[in-house]
Design a protein around this ligand. Structure first.
Ligand code: NQM
Length: 349
């Protein structure tokens, strides 16, 4: 399925080996990793098209289904559950209905999802006229051609702190950063502080090797400050370069996930940016042109924009916390069938 601006293989947990090492070995073979072209599997040769959603009924009374996100590395034999994915999340509700985990309503269906990676909750609502998922519609999201049915996703506040370092601003190697986690640990940096404009193309930014070194340094230090430990081999935190908006939005972004530069922006990454912009004194507050309270925040990115509802309130310690976050995505069922990984070491394939 395509979920938002990502694409991945969605599985029922019961169809995969329960033991994580055996499951991951199987998923590497399913996706064709490690190989930069993923020629021998389903993967699309980019981190955004080498993703897996594992869905099961939830034992949590607050949720209908559990969703475990797995990032399958393209060129390394690695499967990671260290990050969540709000784009693949867009396909979880429709998949749960297709597989009979949640009964469809006559017009639309809301599926309550526990995101296993973060422990956070989300509710996805999408059209199911006549009790079947309808993927067609007129919602358009930047980074995906054409239109499709809207999948509205609402996020109640997560359990972790919005400011994981306990500070509105930290300084790393002389550069001011704001570390935010509104669903995705993200480090906000003003592009100008890194001697780029923030309007470059992802390819130009990826080719800037001095910038890559700088970003790596900042990320490693930020990871420690955010309580994530040594993040040299993980995909979080993400790093988002900020610049003043150019197309009527609230801010311009270039996001590193963490080595490749995202052609658009992740959903939870955008949720963290949107929350970050509203933090007084944070990096970005002075670059942002925020809409009136209650209006959607438009995050500009390399291929368009992502609109997100984000409101904050003061927490008991005086630091801001998230109140509500909501976003519209789309999803598409592309193929439903049997995948044949290259060897029969594991499972019934
Ligand atoms: O931030 C890419 C994506 C993502 C993650 C990434 C995501 C999110 O665009 O919610 O969806 O940051 O690795 O799918």
């Amino acid at each position: 399925m395509r979920g938002g601006t990502s694409k991945g293989a969605y599985f029922l947990a019961a169809d995969l080996p329960a033991e994580p090492a055996a499951r991951d070995a199987l998923l590497l073979r399913v996706m064709g990793s490690p190989d930069e072209r993923q020629i021998d599997g389903l993967g699309g040769a980019h981190p955004l098209t080498s993703k897996v959603g594992v869905i099961s009924p939830s034992a949590d009374p607050r949720a209908d289904v559990d969703y475990l996100f797995l990032q399958v590395a393209v060129d390394r034999p690695e499967v990671s559950d260290r990050q969540n994915c709000g784009n693949i999340l867009a396909g979880v509700g429709p998949f749960a209905v297709e597989r009979g985990l949640v009964p469809a309503g006559p017009e639309r269906t809301s599926v309550r999802i526990r995101m296993v990676n973060s422990g956070d909750l989300a509710t996805a609502t999408f059209p199911t006229p006549g009790g079947r998922v309808d993927y067609t519609g007129d919602a358009e999201i930047s980074g995906v051609p054409g239109t499709a049915a809207p999948v509205t996703i609402e996020f109640p506040p997560g359990e972790g702190p919005l400011l994981p370092t306990g500070n509105v601003r930290d300084t790393i190697g002389g550069i001011a950063v704001t570390c935010v986690d509104n669903g995705m640990p993200t480090v906000l940096v003003a592009a100008a502080d890194l001697k780029v404009t923030g309007y470059e193309s992802p390819r130009d930014l990826e080719e800037d090797l001095a910038l890559a070194d700088r970003l790596r340094e900042i990320r490693l230090a930020a990871g420690r400050l955010m309580g994530l430990g040594d993040v040299s081999d993980t995909t979080v935190p993400k790093l988002t370069l900020l610049a003043a908006p150019r197309d009527g939005g609230a801010i311009t972004t270039r996001t590193f996930i963490p080595v490749r530069c995202h052609p658009s922006i992740g959903v939870l990454g955008a949720a963290s940016v949107a929350a970050g912009l509203r933090i007084e004194g944070g990096v970005g507050a002075e670059l942002a042109r925020l809409p009136a309270r209650g209006d959607r925040v438009r995050i500009e990115h390399p291929t368009g924009f992502l609109d997100i509802e984000s409101s904050l309130e003061a927490g008991p310690d005086g630091l801001p916390t998230a109140r509500r976050t909501a976003v519209v995505r789309t999803a598409r069922k592309i193929f439903d069938g049997t995948v044949f990984p290259r060897s029969a070491e594991t499972g019934p394939f």
